[in-house]
Design a protein around this ligand. Structure first.
Ligand code: FAD
Length: 457
């Protein structure tokens, strides 16, 4: 069915809005009367929705797609731990959004921070950090894909004394910090101080924490130690603090991952963290782990922008959506990815917050929006979360592929192949393969990255 200019006559499910020609939408002047789909968040969920929607509508449906995100790239988080060890260049785990979506597919992109969402007036307020003014962006359809941020409020001292592990800058920060600790440890004769400097504590054992602690073990004992002859191997200590390893993952896979970490001499403390201080991490039972390096990956929180919306939400602030990603109180508003809670009809629970779920949701949401615009029947989202992979560095991973459980090198090879194909462009794949090949035959770089004369820590 082709759309007429007055597209609301053929789109029964979307509430009409009074429309005046738009003075300015993000970066281009637009007087288009095509329906405006505004997508908030340039992560896995937002980018895959925009990409698939633009692909489906190209040349067939007049749709104005705008993606707003506070960074002009998207981060491939499954490779972040590898960027920390130097197995891949940190630059090779981020992908600019414009070449991916704008030139080829005609998506409008604005590098802006969303400041307010007004669901009644159907408007989003956003601004670029260098621009003085705020921009009001009207929409006909809104997609909430703002993800989650680390929750630094769960224990005192996290904000001040712990490092995070979520953004590409964190890979640099953690890496520089670890190298710096080694440099300081090499200069001290005090064994207690050296032990404190070389004790690395990771709090939280979800995907991020488990992948990170394994990567740190490789970075410290596998790479750095050989350059610091004054430091004995026994001085380096890695501690993972969490109530369980990979709590959201299938039990056998989680058990395998835990066994692998223990085999490598990583201490696992099934405990809750109470406080971070310059002395280290205090546990709820009062024990102190003396350390100059606490990396916090436990707990996430939905952006207050989303958590404060007048819609149905879970206790942790995620927006409840139905099988079509619809926020039922506000027709034309959708949510997906980490900031949404959608029930998986196969399990009765909500989908796990992973990149692969977010990408599949994005593609499915694009199909739902296309159906909305054309009046065709929509398909409800229902997938089985069969495949899961967790890289554990040192050429090891754990994987569950359609019930087939793999560990060690076979899982690692499988992980590399699968993730290589998940990278967005041919150039990105070639860069990753090149990095992986080089790291197999040559020593890794152990220099600290100093930016603008100051250490980037
Ligand atoms: C270290 C780490 C390792 C992981 N490893 C894996 C793995 O191996 N496999 C796996 O499946 N999953 C993994 N995950 C989980 C996976 O990254 C998330 O589930 C996935 O990123 C969710 O996608 P999303 O698009 O919902 O959110 P995100 O990818 O977080 O995207 C949200 C986007 O919104 C933007 N944004 C937020 N607030 C604003 C605002 N106010 N204004 C404008 N823009 C804003 C952000 O900058 C970001 O670009 C890992 C996560 C981490 C942190």
């Amino acid at each position: 069915m082709r759309l007429t200019k007055d597209w609301h006559t053929v789109v029964p499910h979307v509430m009409p809005v009074t429309r005046a020609p738009v003075k300015r939408v993000v970066t281009t002047r637009s007087t288009s009367l095509a329906p405006r789909v505004v997508i908030l968040g340039g992560g896995f969920a937002g980018v895959s929705t925009a990409h698939e929607l633009a692909r489906r509508c190209a040349g067939v449906l007049p749709v104005h797609i705008t993606l707003i995100s506070d960074q002009n790239f998207y981060l491939f988080t499954p490779l972040l731990a590898e960027a920390t060890t130097g197995a891949v260049e940190a630059h090779h785990v981020i992908y600019p959004i414009r070449p991916l979506l704008c030139a080829k597919l005609g998506v409008e992109f604005g590098e802006m921070t969303v400041e307010a969402i007004d669901l009644e007036r159907r408007r989003v307020t956003a601004c670029h950090r260098r621009s003085p003014g705020h921009q009001e962006i009207p929409y006909d359809m809104l997609v909430l894909a703002l993800g989650v941020a680390p929750d630094t409020t769960t224990a005192p001292g996290v904000e001040e004394y712990a490092l995070g592990f979520k953004a590409v800058g964190d890979a640099y920060r953690v890496r520089n910090h670890v190298i710096d600790q080694f440099e300081a440890a090499a200069l001290t004769d005090d064994p207690m101080e050296r032990r404190r400097l070389l004790t690395f504590v990771v709090v939280g054992a979800g995907h991020a924490g488990t992948e990170l602690v394994a990567a740190l073990e490789e970075l410290t004992r596998g790479i750095l130690l050989r350059h610091y002859s004054a430091i004995p191997r026994s001085a380096v200590r890695l501690v993972l603090v969490s109530t369980a390893v990979l709590p959201q993952t299938a039990t056998r896979l989680a058990a395998y991952a835990k066994k692998e970490l223990l085999k490598r001499g990583i201490h696992f403390l099934p405990a809750r963290a109470a406080k971070v201080s310059p002395e280290g991490l205090t546990l709820q039972d009062g024990r102190l782990i003396a350390s100059g390096s606490v990396i916090w990956t436990a707990g996430t929180r939905v952006s207050p922008l989303v958590a404060n919306l007048p819609v149905r939400k879970t206790k942790d602030g995620r927006v409840k959506v139905n099988g079509y990603f619809e926020v039922e109180e506000f027709p034309g508003v959708y949510a997906l990815g980490d900031n949404a809670a959608q029930v998986n009809p196969h399990t009765g629970g909500t989908y796990v917050a992973t990149a692969q779920v977010a990408v599949r949701q994005g593609r499915a949401l694009a199909a739902v929006i296309e159906s909305e615009l054309t009046g065709r029947p929509k398909r409800s989202f229902a997938i089985r979360e069969h495949a899961e992979m967790v890289p554990l560095s040192r050429h090891t991973a754990v994987a569950d592929l359609l019930g087939l459980k793999l560990g060690g090198v076979p899982a690692w090879v499988m992980w590399k192949i699968v993730y290589m194909f998940k990278l967005p462009t041919l150039a990105a794949r070639l860069r990753a393969v090149f990095d992986w090949t080089v790291e197999m035959f040559f020593q890794r770089d152990v220099s600290e990255l100093v930016v603008g004369g100051r250490r980037n820590v």
